[in-house]
Write a protein that binds this ligand. Structure first.
Ligand code: SF4
Length: 439
């Protein structure tokens, strides 16, 4: 039998949850559609499966969901798909593609970019491409002459209208309870890709948590830019009523069914200014984890201001004090290598780290990465000197710090090289070459 249209989703392990969300959105709306799920780093499988799909589907859509560090692998795969399965429609999605549509279309070779969140747009592409061969629908970016046309959706995805994962395939993973963020930190892609915060309703979260346990998952985890901001109008100031409703219902359901609740920890975290005694108390009563993650990012108020965090180091210390009094161990995210971070800022961060060390705190170390689509995308990371690295390494030696900060330093250098070689375009280039409309 020849299918009208088939879809292959190529994903990396780091974004498997968003790939699962996309597959769930497509399969829940298009029963009978053939959807293949292919890991990015199995290049031969990617090409082979796409060639096979082209044999029994009239039209094949290949969706790549990827992030900035994977773009060289993605570029090579796109070249191979064009060579061996040239009739495939190549669709790029995710924060990199939305942050640099110009580079994604002209240098990586995609036909179209899903601009922003993907669920509604990919379903519209499937329908329109299957009906008429047209793929330039609302929510996409595409080339026309030397201009990138961006048709930005005004209506955000309603999280309740899609399942968070394709559980009918046996695939369950952390449940996305919140999407978007109002904080707009200048180094982070979340606000610039997904806009303001929205929430999956308590009833829907509990429903999929129950399904997860039925499918064999015991430890339930949740995806949110700021877990304690659940249900809050601005995503920051805690909405105690909504938080209570979510946590108490999840706790009751999990206790009755042999599950455990992990909240405010991997793969999400907590903003320090969302921690108050009431929210921390709820966390202690209803969640099973006794370790949480808070995003501090710097010990210097000057740096916090420059990165547009919207909180101070005093807020961070207040949050650590409240959480440690409630009995939590705390992982604290810190980012080094902003180009404007001077000696004094580093000293202030180091002093903060020493001050808080006896509070059952561990530091999660990062290096600044200038991500496409953010206000800092055109900055360059400033590598730490060997002396500063040695000072941080002492925390690691004492078991008080960990992280991929050295690997991230390498990724920052790679991005600099890709920009110099114009594989990634700057925000300014994108703005100059784009025509933006809303739909
Ligand atoms: S609060 Fe977190 S998710 Fe929101 S913009 Fe800042 S870093 Fe990103």
């Amino acid at each position: 039998m020849i299918n009208d249209v088939c879809l292959a989703i190529v994903y990396d392990k780091d974004n498997r949850y968003s790939a699962n969300a996309l597959i769930a959105a497509v399969e829940s709306r298009n029963p009978g559609l053939h959807v293949a799920r292919i890991p990015l780093y199995k290049s031969f499988d990617v090409i082979q499966q796409i060639i096979d799909l082209n044999k029994y589907c009239k039209r094949v859509i290949v969706g790549f969901s990827f992030m900035t560090p994977q773009i060289l692998v993605v570029r090579e795969l796109v070249r191979l798909v064009k060579l061996y399965a040239p009739n495939s429609l190549l669709v790029a999605g995710g924060p990199h593609a939305s942050g640099d549509p110009l580079g994604t279309l002209t240098k990586l070779g995609f036909d179209v970019v899903v601009y922003g969140e993907g669920e509604d747009t990919i379903n519209d592409i499937i329908k329109s491409y299957s009906d008429s061969g047209e793929y330039r629908v609302c929510g996409t970016a595409y080339l026309d002459g030397d201009k990138v046309y961006i048709r930005r959706r005004t209506k955000p995805v309603d999280l309740d209208s899609y399942p968070p994962f394709p559980y009918w395939r046996g695939a369950v993973n952390p449940i996305e309870i919140m999407r978007g963020c109002s904080s707009a930190c200048f180094f982070c892609q979340v606000t610039y890709t997904f806009g303001r915060p929205r929430y999956r309703s308590v009833e829907t979260v509990v429903k999929y948590a129950r399904i997860s346990i039925e499918k064999g998952l015991r430890d339930l985890r949740f995806i949110a830019p700021n877990s304690l901001g659940y249900g809050s109008p601005d995503g920051v100031k805690p909405n105690h009523e909504m938080l209570y409703s979510l946590l108490s219902k999840l706790h009751t359901m999990a206790s009755e069914n042999g599950g455990r609740i992990f909240f405010g920890t991997f793969p999400s975290e907590i903003r320090p200014d969302s921690v108050d005694t009431e929210s921390a108390d709820m966390l202690r009563r209803f969640a099973d984890n006794r370790r949480v993650i808070i995003g501090a990012q710097s010990g210097s108020n000057k740096v916090l201001k420059m990165i547009h965090r919207g909180h101070s180091i005093e807020d961070v210390e207040n949050a650590i004090n409240i959480l440690s009094e409630e009995g939590f161990a705390i992982d604290v995210d810190l980012i080094f290598g902003f180009p404007f971070e001077d000696e004094n800022d580093f000293e202030e961060t180091l002093a903060f780290m020493k001050r808080m060390e006896d509070k059952n705190v561990r530091y999660h170390l990062h290096t600044f990465i200038p991500l496409p689509g953010t206000p800092f995308s055109d900055l360059e990371a400033k590598p730490l000197s060997p002396e500063k690295k040695a000072l941080l390494a002492k925390f690691i030696g004492r078991g008080k710090a960990y992280g991929y900060w050295m690997e991230q330093e390498r990724i920052s250098a790679m991005i600099r090289w890709l920009k110099q070689n114009r594989v990634i375009y700057s925000l300014n280039d994108n703005l100059k070459r784009s025509k933006i409309s809303v739909c």
